[in-house]
Design a protein around this ligand. Structure first.
Ligand SMILES: [Zn+2]
Ligand SMILES: [Zn+2]
Length: 209
């Protein structure tokens, strides 16, 4: 699994290009903004885009959807519970004085439990609501893409519509902290971390919380 991180947009979202080294097929996780730059990176690396996955529908994670779908024909995927969030992304952004390109409708809606195939890579979809109703994580090859569910030393905010702190913490404990300590965690904002590090040091979900 080949992973490249691009920080995009005013809210500095981590957009991940995840590629199969054998087939040169790729998935993009959270193309929040700067779609032209993401496309250039794909072309420079000789990658063929197959899937675009939004970890959730918040505006800072979806702004590049339209251009990337139109340029590549890749399939756009989102959890079904975040479809209303995705559809309201422009209004939500306006509340913050920002503008975002509206997303096309997803080609396929996820429910959790699916296995996404990108070349020879296999990534499992975990439904982890709480930051938003349809928040998901993607797990494969010792890597975990968590969107705004979990951060290094923190967890996602839960004061936005559909957010719920207890649900978020419960999902992190039951589905994420049970993974091997060496699992590399790639959050939607800020630095990478590992499951082992969050278990001992995260003040919201760790052993000492
Ligand atoms: Zn978010
Ligand atoms: Zn975010």
């Amino acid at each position: 699994m080949q992973i490249e991180t691009l920080m995009v947009g005013p809210l500095q979202v981590n957009c991940f290009i995840v590629a199969c080294e054998k087939t040169r097929e790729a998935m993009i996780v959270d193309p929040g903004d700067e779609a032209e730059r993401i496309l250039k990176r794909l072309q420079a690396a000789g990658l063929q885009l197959k899937l675009i996955v939004n970890t959730h529908g918040h505006f800072d994670h979806i702004g590049g959807n339209r251009l990337l779908v139109e340029a590549s024909g890749a399939e756009l995927l989102l959890h079904q519970a975040d479809l209303p969030v995705l559809r309201r992304a422009r209004e939500h952004a306006a509340l913050y004085g920002m503008s975002v390109t509206a997303s096309p409708e997803p080609a396929r809606l996820l429910a959790g439990g699916e296995i996404l195939e990108v070349g020879e890579l296999r990534l499992q979809v975990l439904h982890t609501p709480g930051h938003s109703p349809g928040g998901i994580c993607l797990l494969g090859d010792g890597h975990l893409f968590v969107g705004d569910t979990l951060f290094a030393g923190s967890v996602g905010r839960t004061d936005l519509p559909g957010g719920d702190h207890d649900t978020l913490v419960d999902g992190i404990r039951r589905q994420l902290l049970v993974l091997p300590d060496t699992t590399v965690v790639h959050p939607g904002h800020g630095p990478d971390t590992t499951i082992g590090r969050e278990k001992v040091s995260n003040p919201y979900v760790g052993y000492n919380s």
